[in-house]
Design a protein around this ligand. Structure first.
Ligand SMILES: C[S@@+](CC[C@H](N)C(=O)[O-])C[C@H]1O[C@@H](n2cnc3c(N)ncnc32)[C@H](O)[C@@H]1O
Length: 417
């Protein structure tokens, strides 16, 4: 039995996030297409859950980098696929049978969809079909808007509509059904409707913040876990960490008082949206991450108990927004300014400095290009120095918007034992 994970625009980050959340090796996944991963869940795959819709719904809510999850129904020779799908749609219940057929690879789903719909109409069955965009792919927006997933956004099972996914496997075709889809309306609300946005210094997209938190904590979601963002800005990381399940305490700090206050306001708004009560604060304080005042840092981290364990997740300053590639003569200043800030922060958390050290850190490092096409990377500039301090680093992927001159390298940092 296979599960399919649709991983959207940043497949490497999504794959690493899935592996972290499920506690399996990232090599367990098979890449079917650039953006679709398959995971065998029978036998000793290490998959910690089951294929129940409730489990998959909870998993979907946890994942920033997976847009849909589908469960395999059957595997059959290609010649009988049309009849099998016809029977599947016919067996759906409801006044009007709603369905969509998508494919991973070169299967003409438009033809199949039309044929099945015509045949059902001939038999007097009312049908409605949603045609896959680009001939074979049903977008997650289509899935969400047309309520095609078996689980609704509220976590209820629906029987009126289905989305089938076909995967060619040699002479056979594997048929899966979409079990869950990301609640894009809730992501978009978190993205644009928060009371204190900050388009100037920039905000992490909620999905990326959620992925970073997952890449840090993995399966470690339990009472006592604290996620701390020392460059919290408007509090994306803090909000997404808290949304993980309420048992994780999430706190932040920022050098600017207003930003730290905005984090608290945004977190309280998120909590109100989901109707949950926050633990005792403070959730955010004003602190310089390169020289935090010990007493305030302790107040932030230790209210509610000593972190057990502590994770740091942060997107420090990415430099002034770039409207064009760096000039070659700006390169050194850009690298030096950012490297100084990053090193100043990492020096605060090296062994011997604090009583409680983070179990892991997941940090964004900016990278850009000069007009001459030369790569300029803060991580590349610091990797040896971080190693000298005693840190091990793993690059988990890169996130870059098509219209941005800054790429974000996502790095996981732990202490070398
Ligand atoms: C890129 S923004 C972080 C955005 C945040 N991840 C979000 O999505 O809302 C960087 C933040 O780092 C803060 N900052 C810069 N230097 C700092 C320092 N030395 N200590 C703490 N915060 C600092 C800035 O005020 C800014 O709010």
């Amino acid at each position: 039995m296979k599960l399919l994970f649709f991983t959207g625009s940043w497949p490497e980050l999504s794959r690493n996030e899935l592996a972290a959340v499920l506690g399996v090796q990232s090599g367990q996944f098979t890449q079917l297409e650039k953006s679709v991963l398959a995971l065998e869940i029978d036998g000793d795959s290490g998959f910690p859950g089951d294929n129940s819709l409730q489990y998959l719904h909870a998993l979907q809510l946890r994942l920033g980098g997976t847009t849909k999850i589908a469960v395999e129904l059957a595997c059959m020779p290609k010649a009988v696929m049309g009849t099998a799908l016809f029977e599947q749609v016919k067996a759906q219940s409801g006044e009007r049978l709603t369905f969509a057929i998508g494919a991973v690879g070169q299967i003409n789903t438009r033809y199949l969809t039309g044929m099945i719909s015509q045949e059902l109409k001939k038999q007097g069955v009312k049908v409605r079909f949603i045609e896959a965009k680009n001939g074979s792919e049903v977008s997650s927006a289509q899935t969400f808007t047309n309520k095609l997933a078996l689980m609704t956004a509220k976590g209820e099972v629906q029987t009126a509509a289905r989305e089938y996914v076909l995967v060619q496997d040699g002479a056979n075709v594997r048929i899966s059904v979409v079990a869950t889809v990301q609640d894009i309306a809730w992501y978009s609300k978190r993205d644009i409707a928060i009371p204190k946005p900050d388009p100037v210094s920039g905000m992490l997209p909620p999905k990326l913040a959620q992925m970073m938190v997952n890449l840090a904590v993995g399966t470690d979601v339990a009472p006592g876990v604290v996620v701390y963002d020392p460059f919290c800005g408007n509090g994306r990381v803090v909000s997404e960490a808290w949304l993980l399940g309420g048992v994780v305490r999430a706190v932040g700090s920022d050098i600017h008082l207003e930003r730290s206050q905005d984090t608290t306001t945004n977190l309280e708004w998120v909590a109100a949206q989901v109707g949950k009560t926050l633990p005792t604060g403070p959730y955010s304080l004003q602190l310089d991450a390169t020289n935090p005042e010990q007493q305030l840092l302790e107040q932030l981290l230790y209210t509610g108990g000593i972190p057990d364990p502590l994770y740091i997740v942060a997107e420090p300053f990415l430099g002034m927004p770039l409207r064009s590639p760096l000039q070659s003569n700006q390169k050194q200043a850009w690298l030096e300014e950012l490297s100084k800030l990053y090193l100043g922060f990492f020096e605060q958390w090296k062994p011997g400095v604090r009583d409680v050290l983070p179990k892991a850190m997941v940090v964004v490092f900016p990278r850009t290009k000069t007009q001459a096409g030369e790569e300029v990377s803060v991580f590349g500039n610091l990797v040896d120095k971080l190693s000298q301090i005693g840190y091990s680093t793993v690059a988990l992927g890169c996130y870059q918007r098509p219209d941005s001159y800054i790429a974000r390298d996502i790095i996981r940092i732990t202490y070398r034992s």
